[in-house]
Ligand binder design. Structure first.
Ligand SMILES: [Zn+2]
Length: 273
């Protein structure tokens, strides 16, 4: 019970930090300075008015100073982050990979919000995922049984996640003479791939395409968007990556990777190590 409360509190606090990132990063404002202030009257927000969710309730959704209404999106993001962290706890327990995967879902949530509003994914998030994903790969047991398998699968995940979308971008450019895939999408999936491995990152991209086309087609049917209008793909990639965390890798994929490892790697690569 103590662990659950601890994880939830971390989630709510990171959710509060997520609000800062979502608001400031696309506007090129530093995420550390200045301290949080009311966007209307600019008065600094005291620490006791900055407690996740609770302050929103106690302040009656209004700024203490100027009584400007505070958007319910802020506590919603905090609660969502708390829920996401808890879901990682139920998936991995109180283990070494709990923190890295919490960081992954935190990032997926933040880039979903930023990409949805601004159609960009800040590079900082992609590079952070690549470094952390590769860095913790040797104890990320979702990537394989042995340390070498895990590191290798993490690197393959980087190549598969980034490479497959890069290929789509290049083909799209040739076939339709326009950008079919943003550079931000390519980089973020290279980062996500270091956590998921090559098989599950490809599965995530496939699910994202499926979700994206369902939503895109429904929006076209209901005439909400024009045919040529671009929609952000990042949110679909992020949601699909989260879904895949709860799915086992498909059997055919597991068999393939095992076969590749047994025949090629063990014979030619790993014997030399
Ligand atoms: Zn104010």
């Amino acid at each position: 019970m103590f662990e659950i409360i601890l994880v939830l509190m971390f989630g709510l606090c990171f959710g509060s930090f997520a609000n800062v990132c979502i608001y400031r990063m696309p506007r090129d404002i530093s995420i550390v300075k200045p301290n949080s202030h009311c966007p209307k009257c600019k008065s600094p927000i005291k620490w006791y008015d900055n407690i996740p969710v609770l302050s929103y309730i106690f302040l009656g959704a209004k700024c203490r100073n100027c009584k400007e209404k505070i958007s319910p999106i802020y506590p919603a993001i905090e609660l969502l982050c708390g829920f996401l962290f808890l879901s990682m706890y139920f998936l991995f327990g109180y283990s070494y990979i709990l923190a890295p995967f919490c960081l992954l879902v935190f990032t997926l949530m933040v880039i979903t919000a930023i990409d949805f509003e601004f159609q960009i994914i800040p590079d900082e998030f992609s590079f952070m995922l690549m470094i952390v994903g590769l860095g913790v790969s040797f104890f990320n047991y979702t990537l394989g049984d042995t340390v070498l398998q895990r590191i290798f699968n993490s690197v393959l995940g980087f190549l598969a996640g980034g490479g497959s979308l890069y290929l789509v971008a290049v083909l799209g450019k040739i076939m339709f003479k326009k950008d079919a895939m943003g550079g931000g999408d390519i980089k973020i999936m290279a980062g996500v791939g270091t956590f998921l491995g090559w098989d599950r990152v490809l599965l995530a991209i496939a699910i994202a395409c499926f979700l994206g086309s369902i939503v895109g087609i429904s929006l076209m049917i209901f005439k909400k968007i024009a045919r040529k209008q671009e929609i952000a793909f990042g949110p679909y990639l992020a949601i699909a990556s989260y879904i895949v965390l709860f799915m086992p890798a498909p059997a055919v994929v597991i068999n393939t990777i095992t076969a590749i490892e047994e025949s090629f790697l063990t014979k030619y690569v790993f014997t030399g190590l």
